[in-house]
Design a protein around this ligand. Structure first.
Ligand code: FAD
Ligand code: SF4
Length: 508
């Protein structure tokens, strides 16, 4: 053996560049379940189970394809506990001095592997539409890195939803049609569920024993754990939910955890599905007349637009990105994020489904849990660690720009052109949460007023220096300035009293 081919837990794709460049006859594939990866944050047990089960099945698949493979299980007595430790151990066992791998999606791991006393060769990750160097070139010389412009480039590059060099239907973006509230009798499909097989059951038992204390419910475990299942889940989404994906994309309903969302980010992010095949399946359904244009465009924009864009930002900005704190927020993350009681129904719903499913959809992440943390001035580092831990689809390249950039404005406006903050009115418009809440969303002051209302003005007021000149915030500041002085004082006093309660860790 002359080379070790490292395959990580989120690189479970047969098309992986490291495998394509390897030689089945002489190279040895290395896969390892290690404590350093399962414990760098307190991951949701369901996320750990998904990755371990999918790794074991992918290893079996590679062996069946004729690869030589050394696999370390979490409970192997010789397990050194880290990816670099396992590479060194395998190198000394085999005499290998070279390692080949597809570049990891996390600076932490890239740096760890760069420091190894072995010849480590990193290959680009060709599972993405945009290479890191493509994004760097696109970003070069631009004053603002707006997603919409990047997205149009991606449409041209892939030819998705294009007629020559023009977007089909004449518009690039149909978002204006995508903010509908579902009718009362709407019925939503659920994502395809898979019974755990013997391999998954073994993993579930191991996760229960080792990570049972982590926040999150492990069973019923229903994720797809191999490519065949993930493809079935994709088909199911395209036929059952995609037609309405656009219409109700921003809606939130009590007890409806998935609405018409795809719930495929988990599969995309560990490599069981690839972005282009997902987009092509959606585009084919539109061409066959089964899906309207606003839905297919909205969906494809999330994948070749947002998903590729946030990855570009993560690598462009370098390892320091996750430590940014533009607004100098420093409050502790309130215990309600870990399931402590709250009377705020929107937060209780979003956190409960996060605990039960390791999933929440975009608007819940952005406009409920994210919005509240930003308004309350929570330390973005703690917010980042929470999102990284609790969602099964959370890997730093995608989670950090979404959390620190889009949601917490911690990068000073690189990703978001204005902070995503709102009072209760937005949540009330997009959900049925407020009807079931202890608080009154219409009330702006007083003990029963929705806390989002006063916190929203408190946020604008305390960050006036930073946002008053932002053209997208002008209206909000004008409304605030027009309020009479006594009302403004009352709002600030209410918000401050609420924040003190949070500080004392009282139930809010
Ligand atoms: P759908 O709504 O059905 O969208 C389809 C696909 O588009 C998703 O599967 C996903 O791959 C992609 N997508 C949509 N929005 C985004 C986005 N903003 N960035 C990247 N891809 C996107 N997504 C993650 O994959 N991992 C994360 O750790 C993550 N953390 C987030 C943290 C915050 C604070 C916010 C606001 C968003 C985060 N997102 C993250 C983006 C988004 O919320 C999820 O991708 C989405 O909810 C996944 O569910 P779905 O498959 O049902 O998505
Ligand atoms: Fe959330 Fe306020 Fe609505 Fe209650 S009233 S659900 S706290 S937005």
């Amino acid at each position: 053996v002359t080379r070790l081919i490292l395959v990580l837990g989120d690189q479970l794709s047969e098309s992986l560049t490291a495998l394509a460049s390897a030689d089945k006859a002489r190279d040895l594939v290395i896969m390892a379940e290690v404590a350093a990866e399962t414990e760098y944050v307190a991951h949701h047990p369901r996320k750990i189970a998904l990755i371990l089960s999918a790794m074991r099945k992918f290893a079996a698949r590679l062996r069946a394809m004729g690869w030589g493979l050394a696999y370390t299980r979490l409970d192997d007595p010789e397990n050194t506990g880290s990816v670099s430790g396992e590479l060194l151990r395998r190198a000394s066992e085999t005499g290998a001095v070279e390692v080949l791998l597809t570049t990891p999606g996390e600076w932490r791991l890239i740096q760890e592997l760069q420091d190894l006393p072995l010849a480590v060769r990193f290959l680009p990750d060709a599972r993405f539409v945009s290479r890191r160097s493509d994004f760097r070139n696109w970003a070069k010389g631009r004053k603002q890195l707006r997603m919409e412009w990047f997205y149009r480039e991606m449409r041209r590059k892939t030819g998705l939803l294009m007629e020559g060099d023009r977007p089909v239907g004449g518009k690039w973006n149909y978002d204006m049609e995508n903010r509908k509230v579902p009718p009362k009798d709407a019925v939503f499909p659920v994502p395809m569920r898979f019974e755990p097989d013997a391999i998954t059951e073994e993993v579930l038992a191991c996760v229960e024993e080792r990570f049972g204390e982590h926040f999150g419910t492990l069973r019923p475990f229903w994720f797809a754990t191999d490519r065949v299942q993930a493809l079935a889940a994709l088909d199911h989404f395209v036929s059952k939910a995609l037609p309405w994906f656009g219409d109700y994309q921003d809606a939130m309903l009590t007890g409806e955890r998935f609405l018409n969302h795809a719930a495929i980010s988990v599969y995309l992010n560990i490599g069981l599905l690839e972005p282009m095949e997902v987009c092509r399946a959606a585009e084919a359904a539109w061409r066959a007349g089964r899906v309207p244009l606003n839905s297919v465009e909205g969906f494809i924009r999330q994948i070749i637009g947002w998903r590729e864009y946030v990855r570009g930002i993560y690598f462009l900005e370098g390892p320091g990105y996750t430590t940014r704190n533009f607004l100098e927020h420093d409050r502790e993350l309130p215990p309600l994020y870990w399931g402590a009681d709250t009377r705020m129904h929107c937060l209780a719903e979003a956190v409960a489904q996060t605990r039960d499913e390791a999933y929440a959809h975009h608007i819940q992440r952005l406009m409920v849990t994210g919005n509240f943390a930003l308004l309350a001035g929570v330390d973005p580092q703690q917010v980042h660690e929470w999102y990284l831990a609790v969602y099964a689809d959370a890997f730093e390249w995608v989670e950090a720009p979404n959390t620190l950039g889009m949601s917490q404005f911690a990068d000073g406006g690189l990703v978001a052109s204005k902070p995503y903050v709102s009072g209760g009115a937005y949540i009330n418009r997009m959900s049925d949460y407020c009807k079931r809440c202890f608080y009154d969303v219409q009330a702006k002051t007083g003990p029963n007023a929705c806390p989002f209302n006063a916190l929203y003005w408190h946020f604008l007021d305390r960050h006036r220096d930073r946002f008053a000149d932002n053209p997208r915030m002008g209206n909000a500041y004008r409304t605030w300035d027009r309020m009479d002085e006594t009302r403004r004082r009352q709002i600030i006093a209410d918000a401050s009293a609420f924040l003190e309660k949070l500080e004392r860790r009282e139930t809010v």
